[in-house]
Design a protein around this ligand. Structure first.
Ligand code: NAD
Ligand code: ZN
Length: 361
């Protein structure tokens, strides 16, 4: 096996306020024929946002599918959309355009993959299991922080696990980064999703997999997070621009490094309790000062500055079996634990240690 991974990133991007207006131009050379539609997968919350829905260059049979993102994306949700599209259009689809937060970025990538790969998306949760290239796909984020717009994974909740479809075919062919689209995200949501980026940086910069490529992108992403969540007095349009770039750079940064203990434990919370990724990360970081002392201290300042109150005692009604389930999910993410704690990570973290942390959350 080769030592270094060859990393695919979205090969084309447009950045700028109002960039969504150029979607028509971007798509025109990708329409297969007059009857071959583009499918827009939109977050359900965008149904009434005219600044987005009225700008979509719909033509012919083009279709909008609204994705419910109340819970994290599920393999069944992806399979259902794929089945619906297959029965309506067979293989005659020009492309998938995902518009929304990390959830919709992932649903759109997964649907584009599953239109050309047989079976259920659950069969492909893991690393490099995808056989065939996806159809053309475009990502347009309306929330910033996850880095899902650049990553080679799409994270799905399956019947047995929360895990991404990691493959060279997963990244978008095109992304459009338009800071206007994140301008009116509610303060708490903006914080939770933004903290996902902050925590990506803390975990990768403090991990054993760190390297100059990852550090270069991660340090800039971290600096931008600090500017918007610590230094800025009043949120303003420049903050949207900075946060959008932080998400992008943070996503690239972790492509050659890894996440850490916060993400490992947060996956357990999402899997069992359905707590959304960004909020779950915050809940975990709030209780693991030991592993990331500087990140923890700075995070406390960010909570205060942004007037965020985290939910408390979210694990109080759980029993031993529940803790076992969550700790199995967390410890299953071995590279994350190793990145954070080194080769002998099993000496430091085990089901008992994890249970204690969860009990405090
Ligand atoms: P999200 O996409 O789940 O959306 C959170 C909420 O914000 C939803 O209720 C949604 O309706 C709403 N929303 C979306 N856009 C909005 C807007 N412009 N204004 C107001 N509300 C808006 O949140 P997220 O934090 O962006 O994504 C979380 C998901 O991303 C998780 O499923 C996580 O697993 C995944 N993720 C993926 C990667 C990756 O590399 N693929 C990385 C990190 C996280
Ligand atoms: Zn994350």
């Amino acid at each position: 096996m080769s030592k270094f991974r060859n990393i695919p990133l979205p090969p084309r991007l447009i950045y700028g306020r109002g960039a969504l207006n150029q979607l028509d131009c971007v798509l025109s050379s990708h329409r297969k024929n007059r009857h071959s539609p583009f499918i827009y997968i939109l977050d359900h919350c965008l149904k009434h946002k005219k600044n987005i829905s009225e700008k979509l260059p719909l033509d012919g049979n083009d279709l909008i599918v609204y994705a419910d993102t109340t819970l994290e994306p599920k393999t069944k949700q992806v399979d259902d959309i794929r089945d619906r599209l297959k029965s309506a259009f067979r293989d005659n689809i020009s492309g998938i355009i995902g518009i929304g937060g990390g959830s919709v970025m992932d649903i759109a990538k997964a649907v584009a993959l599953m239109l050309t790969n047989k079976g259920s998306s659950a069969d492909y949760q893991g690393w490099d299991l995808i056989q065939n290239p996806a159809i053309y796909k475009v990502g347009i984020p309306t929330l910033s922080g996850t880095g899902a717009e650049v990553s080679r994974t799409c994270v799905l909740m399956g019947p047995e696990k929360k895990l991404g479809i990691n493959s060279d075919h997963t990244p978008f062919d095109q992304i459009i980064l338009d800071p206007d689209l994140i301008a009116d995200v509610p303060r708490e949501q903006r914080f939770y999703t933004g903290m996902d980026c902050y925590i990506h940086c803390i975990e990768s910069l403090n991990g054993s997999y760190i390297n100059a490529f990852s550090r270069t992108h991660g340090e800039k992403a971290l600096a931008l997070c600090r500017e918007v969540f610590l230094d800025c007095e009043d949120w303003n349009p420049e903050c949207d621009e900075k946060l959008m770039m932080a998400s992008y750079l943070g996503g690239i940064s972790i492509a050659t490094s890894h996440l850490g203990v916060v993400h490992a434990l947060s996956y357990g919370l999402s899997y069992l309790l359905g707590i959304k990724h960004g909020e779950g990360n915050c809940n975990v970081l709030d209780h693991i000062e030991k592993y990331y002392p500087e990140g923890y201290a700075e995070f406390q300042l960010m909570l205060e500055k942004n007037n965020i109150q985290l939910r408390k005692n979210i694990c109080k009604d759980l029993g031993d079996k529940d803790f076992e389930t969550m700790s199995k999910v967390a410890l299953g993410l071995e590279p994350l634990c190793e990145n954070a704690l080194g080769k002998n990570w099993k000496d430091e973290i085990n089901p008992q240690v994890i249970k204690k942390i969860y009990q405090e959350i």
